[in-house]
Design a binder for this molecule. Structure first.
Ligand SMILES: Cc1cc2nc3c(=O)[nH]c(=O)nc-3n(C[C@H](O)[C@H](O)[C@H](O)COP(=O)(O)OP(=O)(O)OC[C@H]3O[C@@H](n4cnc5c(N)ncnc54)[C@H](O)[C@@H]3O)c2cc1C
Ligand SMILES: NC(=O)c1ccc[n+]([C@@H]2O[C@H](COP(=O)([O-])OP(=O)(O)OC[C@H]3O[C@@H](n4cnc5c(N)ncnc54)[C@H](OP(=O)(O)O)[C@@H]3O)[C@@H](O)[C@H]2O)c1
Length: 389
């Protein structure tokens, strides 16, 4: 077969046709005594033909925990062999397989709650009934966020469900995205990830994030069984390798910036690099500490600004470090630097944006409206990019 023919026949892997990749490394990044469980994963994509660029993410289709699925089946008195049809899946499949691979056991919907209330007495789930009344949306959302489906199945064992009825009320299990933490030039056959393992308690029960515990607890190393795809992004390095970059990435927000730095180091980009990183404690949560310090030592990272939030009485966050260095940061922006933020969307990204506006006013002499328009223009010209979640 000619090279052209074999290339034509090679399957293309994407969201609809994921590649079965191997996880070849799962390493804890936090040190003993940390309250966090952040892991460095290496995903082997060799043989897939997949390519990625800095700033892209990987999508992973997780599988639910089988013990959890068996618990749900036995609570409901189902065998798991009942055949069901999951919307958008073109063939019927056994309920057990649907619960393992296609449906979310978390995030009960309002529709599910309404169906359940229709099956129980008016003295049951009184609180939930109240939250379904008009004007209680916020309370309803908070109530549902504290619960998974099993909470309701156990609380109201008298409710009788048809397997298909239940499937129709459940949300789909969707793929999770992870920012790629490696350089495509240095690691064309591997994708590195920086993942915070999600474990918490709600409604008095231990909960596990589906995908993060799938990756760390349930996937066997070197088993080609992890369905993945590459999700390309608007987020990425400047085309001009001489441009300076300012990167703000506390916690797992460091991931794409490790990729940026590896790539720029490998290519020998002449632009300067400034990284803001933060986490709880320097002694246990300084992710990729050796790599970052070695880059700083050899002058490749010009500025490394660290904010360890819990090493002193008052919280210190990345935006405080930005404000401390406001004049220099403003000078970098004025000389054409690109500004990037990655990580928590709920609070951090907004606080970093506020700090930027403050710096423009304090050191750039702009008023509020002027700062607003300055950063609007920066975003338009792709010099202010965010990858937040
Ligand atoms: C573009 C993009 C890039 C991303 N990159 C990364 C990355 O590099 N690294 C990374 O770790 N993550 C990243 N994420 C987040 C990732 O996609 C997942 O959302 C995350 O790993 C959780 O997935 P999970 O399946 O383990 O948890 P899920 O099963 O999805 O559970 C998470 C949900 O649990 C609930 N929850 C979590 N903690 C608590 C708590 N303390 N109290 C109450 N409820 C809680 C929340 O409802 C939360 O949405 C990224 C997301 C996007 C969109
Ligand atoms: N939207 C989401 O679902 C989402 C996004 C990001 C992270 N998370 C979850 O949070 C857990 C850990 O995530 P992570 O490791 O990436 O770290 P993180 O929780 O984002 O924390 C990293 C650092 O940021 C600090 N921080 C907290 N609030 C901040 C703010 N307003 N501005 C700036 N910095 C702030 C933290 O300090 P303190 O902790 O001391 O306050 C910590 O030092 C995981 O369970 C992850 O799934 C969820």
């Amino acid at each position: 077969m000619s090279q052209a023919e074999s290339e034509q026949e090679a399957p293309t892997f994407d969201k609809d046709n994921p590649f079965a990749a191997k996880i070849t490394e799962n390493r804890l990044l936090n040190k003993e005594g940390s309250s966090k469980d952040t892991r460095h994963f290496v995903v082997d994509i060799s043989g897939s033909g997949l390519k990625y660029t800095c700033g892209d993410s990987i999508g992973i289709y997780p599988t639910n925990d089988s013990a959890y699925v068996e618990n749900v089946l036995s609570t409901l008195n189902f065998t798991g062999d009942e055949m069901v049809v999951v919307p958008k899946v073109d063939r019927a499949l056994p309920l057990r397989a649907a619960l393992m691979h296609k449906l979310s056991l978390a995030g009960p919907s309002k529709k599910f709650l309404q169906a359940l209330l229709a099956k129980c007495g008016e003295n049951e789930l009184v609180e939930a009934r109240r939250y379904l009344e008009p004007g209680s949306r916020k309370e309803l959302m908070a109530y549902l966020e504290q619960r998974e489906l099993i909470d309701f199945f156990e609380e109201i064992p008298s409710a009788r469900w048809e397997p298909q009825e239940l499937v129709n009320l459940m949300k789909r299990l969707v793929p999770r995205l992870y920012s790629i933490a490696s350089s495509p030039t240095l690691h064309p056959n591997d994708v590195h990830l920086t993942v915070a393992i999600v474990r918490y308690q709600t409604n008095g029960r231990d909960r596990n994030g589906v995908c993060t515990t799938y990756m760390t607890d349930r996937v066997k190393l070197d088993d080609p069984s992890v369905p993945i795809f590459i999700a390309s992004s608007h987020f990425g390095l400047p085309e001009d390798m001489g441009k300076d970059v300012i990167m703000v990435g506390p916690g797992t927000g460091i991931a794409p910036f490790r990729a940026f730095l590896q790539e720029r180091d490998t290519r020998n980009d002449s632009g300067r690099n400034w990284l803001f990183f933060g986490d709880q404690h320097a002694s246990t949560d300084y992710l990729y500490c050796e790599e970052l310090e070695s880059w700083q030592k050899d002058g490749f990272i010009q500025n490394l600004s660290l904010a360890f939030s819990r090493d002193q009485k008052e919280k210190v966050y990345v935006q405080h470090k930005m404000l401390d260095k406001g004049k220099e940061l403003w000078d970098w922006l004025e000389s054409g630097a690109y500004f990037y933020v990655c990580g928590d969307a709920k609070r951090m990204a907004g606080d970093v944006d506020t700090a930027l506006h403050q710096i423009a006013q304090e050191h750039g002499g702009l008023d509020e409206a002027g700062a607003k328009s300055y950063f609007k223009d920066l975003k338009k010209s792709k010099r202010y990019q965010r990858d937040v979640y």
